[in-house]
Design a protein around this ligand. Sequence first.
Ligand SMILES: C[S@@+](CC[C@H](N)C(=O)[O-])C[C@H]1O[C@@H](n2cnc3c(N)ncnc32)[C@H](O)[C@@H]1O
Length: 261
Amino acid sequence: MSELDSTQKAAQEQFGRQSQRYAKGHLLEDVQDVASAVALCSALPLVADVLDVATGAGFTGLYLASLGHRVILADLAQPMLDRAGEKALERGLHVELRQHAAEHLPYPDQSFDLVTCRVAAHHFSSPPRFVAEASRVLRPDGYFLLIDGSIPDDEEEVEQWLHHVEKWRDPSHARFLAPSVWNELCTAAGLRVACSELQPLRQPDLEWYFNTANTSPENRSLVLQSVETASAHVREVMQLDSGDGKIVWVWQRLTLIARKP
Ligand SMILES: C[S@@+](CC[C@H](N)C(=O)[O-])C[C@H]1O[C@@H](n2cnc3c(N)ncnc32)[C@H](O)[C@@H]1O
Protein backbone atom coordinates (compact mmCIF):
# COMPACT_ATOMS: atom_id res chain seq x y z
CA MET A 1 0.00 0.00 0.00
CA SER A 2 1.34 3.49 -0.82
CA GLU A 3 2.27 5.75 2.13
CA LEU A 4 -0.80 7.14 3.92
CA ASP A 5 -1.41 10.80 4.73
CA SER A 6 -2.66 11.91 8.16
CA THR A 7 -6.38 11.78 7.18
CA GLN A 8 -6.02 8.27 5.81
CA LYS A 9 -4.09 7.15 8.90
CA ALA A 10 -6.82 8.58 11.17
CA ALA A 11 -9.50 6.61 9.28
CA GLN A 12 -7.40 3.47 9.29
CA GLU A 13 -6.94 3.68 13.07
CA GLN A 14 -10.54 4.63 13.82
CA PHE A 15 -12.07 1.84 11.73
CA GLY A 16 -9.40 -0.62 12.78
CA ARG A 17 -10.68 -0.16 16.35
CA GLN A 18 -14.37 -0.12 15.42
CA SER A 19 -14.66 -3.16 13.15
CA GLN A 20 -16.48 -5.35 15.70
CA ARG A 21 -19.33 -2.83 15.80
CA TYR A 22 -20.10 -3.59 12.13
CA ALA A 23 -21.78 -6.85 13.03
CA LYS A 24 -25.28 -8.12 12.35
CA GLY A 25 -27.97 -5.51 12.96
CA HIS A 26 -25.79 -2.54 11.94
CA LEU A 27 -27.77 0.17 10.17
CA LEU A 28 -25.64 -0.25 7.03
CA GLU A 29 -26.65 -3.90 6.74
CA ASP A 30 -29.86 -2.69 5.07
CA VAL A 31 -28.71 -2.33 1.45
CA GLN A 32 -32.04 -1.22 -0.01
CA ASP A 33 -30.36 2.05 -1.08
CA VAL A 34 -27.74 0.08 -3.03
CA ALA A 35 -30.37 -2.21 -4.56
CA SER A 36 -32.44 0.77 -5.76
CA ALA A 37 -29.40 2.49 -7.25
CA VAL A 38 -28.07 -0.65 -8.97
CA ALA A 39 -31.51 -1.20 -10.50
CA LEU A 40 -30.93 2.08 -12.37
CA CYS A 41 -27.67 0.77 -13.89
CA SER A 42 -29.57 -1.02 -16.62
CA ALA A 43 -26.58 -1.59 -18.94
CA LEU A 44 -24.49 -3.36 -16.30
CA PRO A 45 -23.26 -6.73 -17.64
CA LEU A 46 -24.92 -9.80 -16.07
CA VAL A 47 -21.58 -10.71 -14.56
CA ALA A 48 -19.82 -7.39 -13.99
CA ASP A 49 -16.38 -6.63 -12.58
CA VAL A 50 -17.04 -4.54 -9.48
CA LEU A 51 -14.77 -2.62 -7.14
CA ASP A 52 -16.31 -1.67 -3.79
CA VAL A 53 -14.11 1.10 -2.37
CA ALA A 54 -13.97 1.61 1.42
CA THR A 55 -16.04 -1.51 1.81
CA GLY A 56 -16.07 -1.53 5.63
CA ALA A 57 -17.64 -4.81 6.72
CA GLY A 58 -18.58 -5.40 3.09
CA PHE A 59 -22.36 -4.87 3.12
CA THR A 60 -22.43 -3.20 -0.33
CA GLY A 61 -19.88 -5.41 -2.08
CA LEU A 62 -21.33 -8.62 -0.66
CA TYR A 63 -24.79 -7.64 -1.87
CA LEU A 64 -23.31 -7.19 -5.37
CA ALA A 65 -21.50 -10.53 -5.12
CA SER A 66 -24.82 -12.15 -4.14
CA LEU A 67 -26.19 -10.93 -7.50
CA GLY A 68 -23.47 -12.94 -9.25
CA HIS A 69 -20.95 -10.18 -9.97
CA ARG A 70 -17.16 -10.57 -9.57
CA VAL A 71 -16.36 -8.26 -6.68
CA ILE A 72 -13.24 -6.83 -5.07
CA LEU A 73 -13.78 -5.47 -1.55
CA ALA A 74 -11.17 -2.82 -0.74
CA ASP A 75 -10.50 -0.86 2.42
CA LEU A 76 -7.68 0.84 4.31
CA ALA A 77 -8.37 -0.95 7.58
CA GLN A 78 -7.37 -4.63 7.70
CA PRO A 79 -9.75 -5.45 10.63
CA MET A 80 -12.68 -4.23 8.50
CA LEU A 81 -11.53 -6.45 5.64
CA ASP A 82 -11.31 -9.33 8.14
CA ARG A 83 -14.98 -8.74 9.11
CA ALA A 84 -15.95 -8.58 5.43
CA GLY A 85 -14.08 -11.83 4.75
CA GLU A 86 -15.90 -13.55 7.65
CA LYS A 87 -19.26 -12.38 6.31
CA ALA A 88 -18.40 -13.59 2.81
CA LEU A 89 -17.54 -17.00 4.23
CA GLU A 90 -20.78 -17.16 6.28
CA ARG A 91 -22.80 -16.34 3.17
CA GLY A 92 -20.83 -18.64 0.86
CA LEU A 93 -19.84 -15.72 -1.39
CA HIS A 94 -16.56 -15.59 -3.26
CA VAL A 95 -14.90 -12.15 -3.22
CA GLU A 96 -11.38 -10.76 -3.38
CA LEU A 97 -10.15 -8.63 -0.45
CA ARG A 98 -7.62 -5.83 -1.07
CA GLN A 99 -6.11 -3.34 1.37
CA HIS A 100 -5.55 0.09 -0.17
CA ALA A 101 -6.66 3.72 -0.06
CA ALA A 102 -9.50 5.13 -2.15
CA GLU A 103 -7.23 7.85 -3.47
CA HIS A 104 -4.84 5.43 -5.15
CA LEU A 105 -6.45 2.42 -6.83
CA PRO A 106 -3.82 -0.21 -7.69
CA TYR A 107 -5.51 -1.47 -10.87
CA PRO A 108 -4.88 -0.92 -14.57
CA ASP A 109 -7.04 1.55 -16.53
CA GLN A 110 -10.48 0.23 -17.55
CA SER A 111 -10.60 -2.74 -15.15
CA PHE A 112 -14.18 -2.44 -13.85
CA ASP A 113 -17.80 -2.12 -14.99
CA LEU A 114 -18.90 -0.64 -11.67
CA VAL A 115 -17.10 1.22 -8.89
CA THR A 116 -19.13 1.67 -5.70
CA CYS A 117 -18.46 3.64 -2.55
CA ARG A 118 -21.05 3.90 0.21
CA VAL A 119 -21.03 5.98 3.40
CA ALA A 120 -17.26 6.43 3.41
CA ALA A 121 -16.17 9.25 1.10
CA HIS A 122 -16.65 11.89 3.81
CA HIS A 123 -13.49 10.38 5.39
CA PHE A 124 -11.35 10.72 2.27
CA SER A 125 -8.38 13.06 2.21
CA SER A 126 -8.85 13.83 -1.48
CA PRO A 127 -12.29 13.33 -3.06
CA PRO A 128 -11.01 14.79 -6.39
CA ARG A 129 -8.23 12.19 -6.51
CA PHE A 130 -10.69 9.41 -5.57
CA VAL A 131 -13.15 10.35 -8.34
CA ALA A 132 -10.31 10.68 -10.88
CA GLU A 133 -9.07 7.21 -9.90
CA ALA A 134 -12.58 5.72 -10.07
CA SER A 135 -12.97 7.18 -13.55
CA ARG A 136 -9.59 5.86 -14.67
CA VAL A 137 -10.32 2.26 -13.64
CA LEU A 138 -13.82 2.23 -15.19
CA ARG A 139 -14.40 0.76 -18.63
CA PRO A 140 -16.28 2.83 -21.23
CA ASP A 141 -20.00 2.76 -20.28
CA GLY A 142 -19.02 1.75 -16.73
CA TYR A 143 -20.87 3.10 -13.71
CA PHE A 144 -19.70 5.05 -10.68
CA LEU A 145 -22.07 4.76 -7.71
CA LEU A 146 -21.49 7.02 -4.75
CA ILE A 147 -23.69 7.02 -1.66
CA ASP A 148 -22.66 9.30 1.19
CA GLY A 149 -23.80 11.74 3.83
CA SER A 150 -24.23 15.18 2.30
CA ILE A 151 -25.80 18.60 2.81
CA PRO A 152 -28.13 20.50 0.51
CA ASP A 153 -26.41 22.91 -1.90
CA ASP A 154 -25.80 26.48 -0.67
CA GLU A 155 -26.28 25.67 3.03
CA GLU A 156 -22.96 26.95 4.36
CA GLU A 157 -24.11 27.44 7.95
CA VAL A 158 -25.53 23.91 8.14
CA GLU A 159 -22.40 22.48 6.52
CA GLN A 160 -20.14 24.18 9.11
CA TRP A 161 -22.34 23.10 12.01
CA LEU A 162 -22.53 19.49 10.85
CA HIS A 163 -18.82 19.41 10.07
CA HIS A 164 -17.93 20.25 13.69
CA VAL A 165 -20.52 17.90 15.16
CA GLU A 166 -19.36 14.99 13.02
CA LYS A 167 -15.68 15.75 13.65
CA TRP A 168 -16.27 15.65 17.41
CA ARG A 169 -18.18 12.43 17.10
CA ASP A 170 -15.54 10.81 14.89
CA PRO A 171 -12.24 12.69 14.46
CA SER A 172 -11.51 10.69 11.28
CA HIS A 173 -14.32 12.59 9.51
CA ALA A 174 -12.97 14.88 6.76
CA ARG A 175 -15.84 16.75 5.04
CA PHE A 176 -19.39 16.28 3.78
CA LEU A 177 -19.70 17.54 0.21
CA ALA A 178 -22.85 18.98 -1.34
CA PRO A 179 -24.33 17.37 -4.49
CA SER A 180 -23.11 20.18 -6.76
CA VAL A 181 -19.52 19.63 -5.57
CA TRP A 182 -19.69 15.88 -6.30
CA ASN A 183 -21.22 16.66 -9.70
CA GLU A 184 -18.34 19.00 -10.50
CA LEU A 185 -15.76 16.42 -9.40
CA CYS A 186 -17.36 13.82 -11.67
CA THR A 187 -17.43 16.17 -14.64
CA ALA A 188 -13.80 17.16 -14.06
CA ALA A 189 -12.88 13.45 -13.99
CA GLY A 190 -14.60 12.84 -17.34
CA LEU A 191 -17.73 11.15 -15.94
CA ARG A 192 -21.31 12.02 -16.95
CA VAL A 193 -23.69 12.33 -14.00
CA ALA A 194 -26.89 10.38 -14.68
CA CYS A 195 -28.57 10.82 -11.32
CA SER A 196 -27.85 12.82 -8.18
CA GLU A 197 -30.45 12.77 -5.45
CA LEU A 198 -30.60 13.64 -1.77
CA GLN A 199 -32.72 11.43 0.42
CA PRO A 200 -33.65 12.23 4.00
CA LEU A 201 -32.52 9.71 6.58
CA ARG A 202 -33.91 9.91 10.11
CA GLN A 203 -31.14 8.86 12.45
CA PRO A 204 -31.79 6.85 15.57
CA ASP A 205 -31.14 8.82 18.78
CA LEU A 206 -27.84 10.43 19.71
CA GLU A 207 -26.66 7.47 21.84
CA TRP A 208 -26.59 5.33 18.72
CA TYR A 209 -24.73 8.08 16.88
CA PHE A 210 -22.05 8.23 19.59
CA ASN A 211 -21.76 4.49 20.09
CA THR A 212 -21.04 3.69 16.45
CA ALA A 213 -17.89 5.86 16.67
CA ASN A 214 -17.07 5.25 20.36
CA THR A 215 -17.08 9.03 20.91
CA SER A 216 -15.14 10.24 23.98
CA PRO A 217 -17.14 11.74 26.90
CA GLU A 218 -15.59 15.20 26.29
CA ASN A 219 -16.60 15.17 22.63
CA ARG A 220 -20.10 13.93 23.48
CA SER A 221 -20.48 17.05 25.65
CA LEU A 222 -19.30 19.27 22.81
CA VAL A 223 -21.87 17.74 20.45
CA LEU A 224 -24.64 18.14 23.02
CA GLN A 225 -23.70 21.79 23.54
CA SER A 226 -23.77 22.32 19.78
CA VAL A 227 -27.21 20.75 19.58
CA GLU A 228 -28.49 22.96 22.40
CA THR A 229 -27.14 26.15 20.83
CA ALA A 230 -27.96 25.35 17.18
CA SER A 231 -29.53 28.27 15.32
CA ALA A 232 -33.17 28.21 14.24
CA HIS A 233 -32.03 27.68 10.64
CA VAL A 234 -29.83 24.68 11.51
CA ARG A 235 -32.66 23.21 13.62
CA GLU A 236 -35.06 23.62 10.71
CA VAL A 237 -32.80 22.15 8.02
CA MET A 238 -31.65 19.27 10.25
CA GLN A 239 -35.21 18.76 11.56
CA LEU A 240 -33.54 18.65 14.96
CA ASP A 241 -35.94 17.48 17.65
CA SER A 242 -34.78 17.24 21.24
CA GLY A 243 -38.12 16.58 22.93
CA ASP A 244 -38.80 13.51 25.14
CA GLY A 245 -35.18 13.42 26.36
CA LYS A 246 -34.16 11.98 22.98
CA ILE A 247 -32.34 13.88 20.28
CA VAL A 248 -33.25 12.92 16.74
CA TRP A 249 -32.40 14.60 13.46
CA VAL A 250 -32.66 14.08 9.75
CA TRP A 251 -29.50 13.76 7.67
CA GLN A 252 -29.30 13.89 3.91
CA ARG A 253 -27.86 10.96 2.04
CA LEU A 254 -26.70 11.54 -1.52
CA THR A 255 -27.03 8.86 -4.18
CA LEU A 256 -25.06 9.74 -7.28
CA ILE A 257 -24.70 7.61 -10.39
CA ALA A 258 -22.27 8.70 -13.11
CA ARG A 259 -21.10 6.99 -16.27
CA LYS A 260 -17.85 6.83 -18.12
CA PRO A 261 -18.51 7.86 -21.74
C1 LIG B 1 -18.79 3.32 7.33
S1 LIG B 1 -17.58 2.28 6.69
C2 LIG B 1 -18.12 1.86 5.07
C3 LIG B 1 -19.41 1.15 4.95
C4 LIG B 1 -19.53 0.28 3.72
N1 LIG B 1 -19.12 0.92 2.51
C5 LIG B 1 -20.95 -0.28 3.58
O1 LIG B 1 -21.60 -0.07 2.55
O2 LIG B 1 -21.39 -0.93 4.52
C6 LIG B 1 -16.29 3.42 6.25
C7 LIG B 1 -15.04 2.68 5.74
O3 LIG B 1 -14.25 3.62 5.00
C8 LIG B 1 -12.91 3.21 5.14
N2 LIG B 1 -12.06 4.34 4.71
C9 LIG B 1 -12.01 5.56 5.25
N3 LIG B 1 -11.16 6.34 4.55
C10 LIG B 1 -10.66 5.57 3.55
C11 LIG B 1 -9.76 5.80 2.47
N4 LIG B 1 -9.17 6.99 2.29
N5 LIG B 1 -9.49 4.78 1.63
C12 LIG B 1 -10.08 3.56 1.79
N6 LIG B 1 -10.94 3.28 2.78
C13 LIG B 1 -11.24 4.29 3.65
C14 LIG B 1 -12.81 2.86 6.60
O4 LIG B 1 -11.68 2.06 6.89
C15 LIG B 1 -14.13 2.16 6.84
O5 LIG B 1 -14.02 0.77 6.76
